[in-house]
Design a protein around this ligand. Sequence first.
Ligand code: ZN
Length: 233
Amino acid sequence: MSFTVTVCAAIFGGAAAAFVPRLAHRLAVPRGSRPRSTCADCTADLPTWVRAGASCDCARAPVWTLTTGALVGGVLGATIGPAPLLVVLLPAALLGILLALIDLRCLRLPDPLVGLLAVGTVLPLSAVALVTGEPADLMRSTLGAVLSGSVYLIIALLPGGGLGLGDVKLATVLGFTLGFVGWPAVVVGLVAPHLINGPVAVVLLLTRRAGRRTALPLGPALLTGALLGCLIT
Ligand SMILES: [Zn+2]
């Protein structure tokens, strides 16, 4: 483990995460709606996309978002070290935090952002595989994406599967990166989201904060599972 890389990655993660709340607030809108230009809570104007800290003057300081950004950056830096994979995964993780916040707010994973995550991971990881002379990595990544996407598509098609097509698309994109890391990462990425969301659903039911028919966002669990897959293996 490189101490310098870990600290730099944690600082990058925390600092970049400071810009996520405003973006998440503006982009967390129902399907087909334009991005928000006024605050959903106090109706104040949100004139810019770029703002560090709280999404609006009325919002609390985004301590959890910043902590998550620093923590995710730090553990990625500590686990991966100074490798091309870290350069790809750090911005991808920030995009993941943005997607998770939007999914938590409005149960959506906007296609343009999932597409951006796809471009930001598939292209550079493919380039790394080809430049380092490891085309097998590229083949495994592709198979990981196909396997992950297929499994989640089947779950989405099952009655009561509780999954949206946004979840299937995100799982497919994440499967590519997990495949690049290795087959154990793909397995963790497939299993962990359910181990995360299952207990969360039980707690919400027991505390009556959700009913049997309440839709729960799966995006945050998918992204956390993918992070665990990248770290554990
Ligand atoms: Zn406000």
